[in-house]
Ligand binder design. Structure first.
Ligand code: GUN
Length: 299
């Protein structure tokens, strides 16, 4: 039996359409246009691609995009000054500083300098604490996208056994909090977990976010379970060593035969991340202006 493929690309298009509709409503009824500022320090090629896509999609849903590309040698002080300026700018409702930042900059200092109300990444310590205590917060985009796909596929997640493989601040930890919030029984596993295969085999939901190409194998999966693959790894193309190929943290070929549902790479979680960034920006804009938030665009 072959699993249902969860089409993240199509689902992300529905999220963007919902965001676009709400942006139009904010403009027409309240005279407000949501604005998203993205800050990129240095020339990491993968980050440049993400930032370009973010800018393009921000405009497509009718929002204003502010892009700040800074030289890799930019001082932490200058970066903090830019963030202070964006915090004070009423036309900016969301601020994102693309990670990683160069080594001479402390990422936590930068993330915690962003106004928590404009923290569309959900990485500020205040938002981390609000999420951890089940209070209204800004929710990190990638885990939010995974949660939306899981809710769409399962309806209620209550009582399901979920295993999150990976303990990063960006994905693993907030993902576990969100699943707990939806009443799953949650295990956070990682590269040092004893008998990781056996731990995964107990799960109704496996979220793989470890950054190791094709680590999760088909015989780690309980028949019928849902597998969410957050990994984006570049590996050598099997047919042409000169080319690269994108693969996830899940061995798709073996898992698709066992799982009940699975996200592909590319076309699964990836497109949902930017869609959720746009959703968070519209949510932040509504909260800043005391206007009703759109339904179904946050946790
Ligand atoms: N780098 C990789 N993923 C992310 C993300 O979700 N947000 C930010 N700010 N940087 C990233």
């Amino acid at each position: 039996m072959s699993a249902t493929i969860i089409d993240g690309k199509a689902f992300a298009a529905t999220v963007r359409a919902k965001v676009g509709k709400h942006v139009a409503h904010l403009k027409a009824e309240h005279g407000i246009t949501p604005g998203l500022a993205v800050v990129l320090v240095g020339e990491d090629p993968a980050s440049e691609v993400y930032v370009r896509n973010k800018g393009k999609q921000t405009l497509e849903v009718g929002m204003v995009s502010f892009e700040h590309k800074l030289d890799a040698s930019t001082s932490q002080e200058d970066l903090l000054a830019l963030i202070a300026q964006l915090n004070a700018d009423p036309s900016v409702h969301g601020i994102l500083c693309q990670l990683p930042v160069p080594d001479h900059i402390d990422s936590n200092t930068i993330l915690n300098a962003i106004d928590p109300a404009k923290d569309v990444d959900g990485f500020h310590i205040l938002n981390v604490g609000l999420l951890g205590t089940g209070q209204k917060s800004m929710v990190p985009c990638t885990p939010l996208g995974c949660l939306m796909m899981l809710r769409e596929h399962h309806g209620s997640l209550s009582g399901l056994d979920a295993v999150v493989v990976g303990r990063s601040n960006i994905v693993g930890k907030p993902m576990a909090q969100l699943l707990l919030g939806d009443s799953c029984t949650v295990t956070i596993a990682h590269s040092r977990t004893k008998d990781l295969a056996e731990v995964c085999r107990r799960a109704d939901i496996v979220v793989a976010a470890v950054g190791r190409p094709r680590m999760v194998q088909g015989d780690w999966i309980k028949p019928g379970a849902t597998v969410i693959d957050v990994g984006i790894n570049r590996v050598q193309h099997p047919d042409d060593p000169a080319k690269m190929k994108l693969v996830g943290d899940v061995d798709f070929a073996s898992c698709v035969e066992v799982a009940g549902a699975i996200t592909p790479v590319p076309g699964g979680v990836g497109p949902m991340t930017i869609a959720c960034l746009l959703a968070n920006t519209v949510t932040a804009c509504c909260r800043a202006n005391g206007v009703a938030e759109p339904e179904g665009l946050t946790a």
